[in-house]
Design a protein around this ligand. Sequence first.
Ligand code: THU
Length: 130
Amino acid sequence: MEFDELVAVAWEAREMAYAPYSKFAVGAALLSADGRIFRGCNVENLSYGLTQCAERTAICAAVAAGVRDFVMLAVVADTAVPISPCGACRQVMAEFGVPRVILANRASRLEFSLEELLPRSSAGILDRDE
Ligand code: THU
């Protein structure tokens, strides 16, 4: 699986975004260890706080399908600089150990490890050591 292919699926997923309030469409594509790709888009709500980001939509779709072992997550938006996942999504990525994250706009892409995006995500909690 090449980056290009995963990013292309994320752009497709973005077409499904339900973003009538922000008008800001985000797409995500999550590659699992067994080679499957799970799609996500943002799903907004009139009660704004209920909005689900594209990243969490993709992770929840995978988990609901019984898949919890991930390789890489691509996130795309039509922005001037590549999008940056919110803190809540970073914490959910940490919960399932999404190891690599690609952030892309139309022109460029950045790659981060989970540790770069959210250092010490679980240290100390319930006596975890990392
Ligand atoms: N959003 C995402 O889906 N992912 C991100 O990484 C950042 C923000 C969504 C949430 C909301 O629907 C819209 O973008 C504006 O914040």
